[in-house]
Design a protein around this ligand. Structure first.
Ligand code: ACO
Length: 335
């Protein structure tokens, strides 16, 4: 068995900053409500004509990660691309990235696990590296939420939360026995699939059917979220799966140097921090600036924390996510 390690990190967010006050011009909401419930102050949205898309943002993040890993696209053996907001229904965004980065005909695998997408993607990469099949894998999470949200008052409970952006990691085989990805832990519970979902357009809800059958108030081609239900499950599953990862490695909560939780909602992160008795130094949050960027949130936060010098060689870094599905997972890394 080989050990996998994160060799390079990068992120990209669109330049266009959208504040809570900007949103209040489009729907009945206000800065106080959004900050109090979610902690979010602003987020980035792709602007028409700025040249961005889900896969293009992924490419921008990937280029930075590759440079930091001191590798070229020709060194990459596989792409694992996580998103819930692809540019196209099919094919997946991974092949667009393979093309834009002018890569060899390497496999491009799309992962559809929403807010847990990056954790699932890292786990997939880890398995391929461990078995010795591949040496360098590009793992990307990218989302263009603003392209598909309801910015009328009807969609306000969802649309104020989400933002656009991308993050990437180069996961590589390592000879260092003492560092790298120690373990990954994944879960799902599909019985809650409807509590946070975008139902169509899909084969079950095709466009003419949607228009015919749904009154304006209940359009299934915008995301639906049962916010309080999601909140209650998130706080339980986050702490469970972090604990599961620590136990698997004979570690304790006090061993964590940096927890990077999926940036779902600042209140969720704070609740987990309190429940697990973690200090402010042990948890990194940046949802205040970017909103919830789903599959991109962990790699963006991980990169920012690393850039700020908050993650050092030898640190125990824990990634944890929970989201639509429901799906959840954790990654335990010795940096
Ligand atoms: N601005 C102003 N008022 C709003 C807004 C808004 N953007 N959205 C909803 N409201 C109103 C509602 O209409 C409702 O009004 P009413 O009482 O007159 O009916 C009132 O605020 C309360 O609505 P709730 O939905 O009960 O608000 P709640 O306190 O539950 O907060 C929130 C909503 C923030 C979504 C909360 O449920 C939550 O944090 N849930 C966790 C889900 C989450 O964070 N998901 C993130 C994405 S999923 C993930 O990444 C795992």
């Amino acid at each position: 068995m080989y050990r996998a390690t994160i060799k390079g990190l990068g992120y990209y967010v669109p330049e266009n900053i959208v504040t809570n006050d900007d949103l209040a011009k489009r729907m009945d909401t206000n800065d106080a409500w959004i900050q109090e419930r979610t902690g979010i102050q602003e987020r980035r949205h792709i602007k028409k004509g700025d040249g961005n898309s889900t896969s293009i943002m992924g490419v921008k993040a990937a280029k930075i990660a590759l440079e930091r890993a001191e590798l070229t696209t020709k060194d990459i053996d596989m792409i694992v691309f996580a998103t819930l907001s692809p540019d196209m229904y099919f094919p997946g965004g991974g092949v667009q990235i393979q093309d834009m980065l002018d890569m060899n005909t390497v496999p491009a695998l799309d992962v559809r696990n929403q807010c847990s997408g990056f954790v699932y993607a890292i786990s997939v990469a880890d398995q391929y590296i461990k078995t010795g099949m591949y040496k360098n894998i590009l793992v990307i999470g990218s989302e263009n939420h603003s392209g598909g949200l309801d910015f009328s008052t009807r969609g306000r409970n969802v649309s104020v939360i989400f933002g656009d952006g991308a993050g990437a990691a180069v996961v590589s085989r390592s000879d260092d026995e003492d560092s790298g990805i120690l373990s990954t832990h994944l879960h799902s519970e599909g019985k809650h699939k409807d509590e946070l979902a975008l139902q169509g357009p899909s084969t079950e809800h095709w466009v003419p059917e949607i228009i015919e059958e749904n009154p304006q108030e209940d359009i299934p081609y915008y995301p639906y979220m049962n916010g309080q239900f999601v909140f209650k499950h998130a706080i339980v599953r986050f702490s469970e799966v972090i604990k599961e990862g620590l136990d698997a490695n004979g570690l304790n909560v006090s061993d964590i140097d940096m927890l990077i939780p999926h940036q779902a909602n600042l209140r969720i992160s704070q609740f987990i921090q309190q429940k697990m008795k973690l200090s402010d130094d042990q948890v990194f949050n940046n949802i205040q600036k970017y909103g919830n960027t789903t599959a991109a949130s962990i790699p963006i936060a991980l990169t920012e924390a690393w850039e700020a010098g908050k993650i050092k060689k030898g640190d125990l870094v824990v990634l944890a996510a929970f989201g639509s599905g429901f799906t959840w997972g954790s990654v335990i890394i010795r940096w």
